[in-house]
Write a protein that binds this ligand. Structure first.
Ligand code: SF4
Length: 63
């Protein structure tokens, strides 16, 4: 099975780091003030790993 990106939105602090790094994978929800995954599968692996490492809340998982 392909790896899936998920965000624990409870933990997301809305810093938008992930959106800036990988705009194809993550999008910011202005209303909620949190980011969401728009492409859970088949995205640029390197970019996703970087987003996981850069998330200050540690709430992105990729497995
Ligand atoms: S990097 Fe983490 S805390 Fe920041 S918006 Fe993305 S998921 Fe939320």
């Amino acid at each position: 099975m392909a790896k899936q990106v998920t965000i624990d939105t409870e933990e997301c602090i809305g810093c938008e780091a992930c959106v800036e790094l990988c705009p194809d994978i993550f999008a910011f929800d202005e209303e909620e003030g949190k980011s969401h995954v728009i492409k859970a599968e088949g995205g640029d692996e390197e970019c996703i790993e970087e987003a996981v490492a850069s998330c200050p809340a540690g709430c992105i998982s990729y497995e």
